[in-house]
Design a protein around this ligand. Structure first.
Ligand SMILES: Nc1ncnc2c1ncn2[C@@H]1O[C@H](COP(=O)(O)OP(=O)(O)OP(=O)(O)O)[C@@H](O)[C@H]1O
Ligand SMILES: [Mg+2]
Length: 350
């Protein structure tokens, strides 16, 4: 048999990360672009597909797709059209390609999906990797984060992503539907809210949603003593300085109330004997977890419900893929073999 390589993938709305048993770690922005015409294609050196930040930067000459946003993988009830399915497939193939896995290896992949991913979403992922991974298991994303950090007992994971904030209660086994909550106040909705607040406060300022996201990522905070956020935006084409400190605070804080409500629901419906332990084991991950003071703000909001202790994940960008890889490496061989044989049967039947 060829060399066996395990991979963990975190397929996110804004970023996709991979970690491999050969020691590679890569992250790209989840954008896929297709040149609009032959001039655009020439501009991109004859390439048919452009990925990540390069695609976002070159969007004026590309059909740009952010395939995970609003996909069935991320949103229950959503349907994926052929264009989106192709972009998801291209994105996954690309991320596996940049991980430089030795040619001819047998690849076993663990892919994190939102805690409540639908059957359609799972089918979309399986179809997308059918030709490039030999055996695939889809696992709950928050579970992968916690598993990677050895936090699987009586722990609550909060994964603040771009499209959704996923919460998951862990107690040593695979989480079930009742252990999970998802809400849509996350990075993208914070960007929308900040854009709305800026438009309201400074109607003369010109900006794009990408500029707003960059402002947020630079100054994000829910701390009362945050640094001033002074940004430059053009007014009728001329750059001017604007103070958006309070607006950034307000937009970022929208994350706190729904997250605390979901946390409290998950705690209140847990075995009373273990509720205390769970409260003191709240793991905060995802790109949104780097908002300054977020852990503390959640702890303060939890006080009226009995308090809690929040631990912020050290490397949120890699935690999902690293955890999925660790889970893949610990998975007994028969699970992978079972999946392979199911697939060979399915393939034989078609
Ligand atoms: N410094 C920062 N401050 C605030 N938000 C940030 C910061 N850095 C990144 N983010 C936000 O984190 C989000 C991306 O997080 P993450 O990579 O966990 O999402 P994702 O996994 O792609 O999305 P999802 O899990 O919803 O599919 C984006 O909205 C991004 O703007
Ligand atoms: Mg994510």
């Amino acid at each position: 048999m060829s060399d066996l390589v395990f991979i963990g993938i975190d397929l996110g709305t804004s970023r996709t990360s991979i970690a491999t048993s050969t020691g590679q770690r890569e992250t790209i922005w989840s954008y896929v672009g297709y040149p609009r015409d032959h001039v655009a294609k020439k501009h991109f050196g004859g390439r048919d597909i452009i990925y990540g930040k390069e695609a976002l930067d070159g969007r004026l000459s590309l059909e740009l797709c952010r395939p995970m946003a609003g996909s069935s993988v991320k949103r229950r009830g959503a349907q994926d059209d052929a264009r989106r399915k192709k972009a998801i497939k291209d994105l996954l193939h690309h991320v596996i390609q940049i991980a430089r896995i030795p040619h001819g290896s047998t690849i076993y992949g663990m892919i994190g999906a939102p805690a409540e991913a639908s059957m359609e979403g799972r089918a979309t992922i399986l179809e997308a990797v059918d030709e490039c991974i030999d055996s695939v298991i889809i696992c709950s994303e928050p579970y992968a984060v916690a598993y990677g950090l050895d936090f699987i007992d009586d722990t609550l994971v909060i994964d603040c992503g771009a499209g959704t904030t996923d919460l998951c209660r862990l107690h040593g086994t695979m989480p079930k539907a009742e252990d999970q909550r998802t809400h849509e106040i996350a990075g993208d909705s914070i960007d929308q809210e900040l854009a709305r607040l800026v438009r309201e406060a400074y109607p003369e300022a010109q900006f794009s949603i990408n500029m707003i996201r960059a402002f947020k990522e630079k100054y994000s905070s829910v701390s009362k003593r945050m640094d001033p956020a002074i940004v430059s935006m053009p007014v009728a084409g001329r750059p001017q300085q604007f103070d958006i400190t309070e607006l950034v605070f307000k937009a970022c804080y929208t994350l706190v109330p729904p997250t605390v409500t979901a946390l409290q629901e998950l705690i209140a419906t847990y075995d009373p004997e273990y509720q205390e332990k769970m409260r003191s084991h709240i793991l905060l991950g995802g790109g949104g977890s780097v908002i300054r003071g977020l852990g503390l703000a959640i702890e303060q909001a939890l006080e009226e419900y009995g308090g809690g202790h929040v631990i912020t994940v050290a490397e949120p960008q890699h935690a999902g893929a690293d955890g999925a890889l660790k889970f893949a490496l610990d998975m007994p061989a028969e699970y992978w073999n079972e999946f392979r044989s199911i697939r060979s049967l399915e393939m034989a039947a078609t």
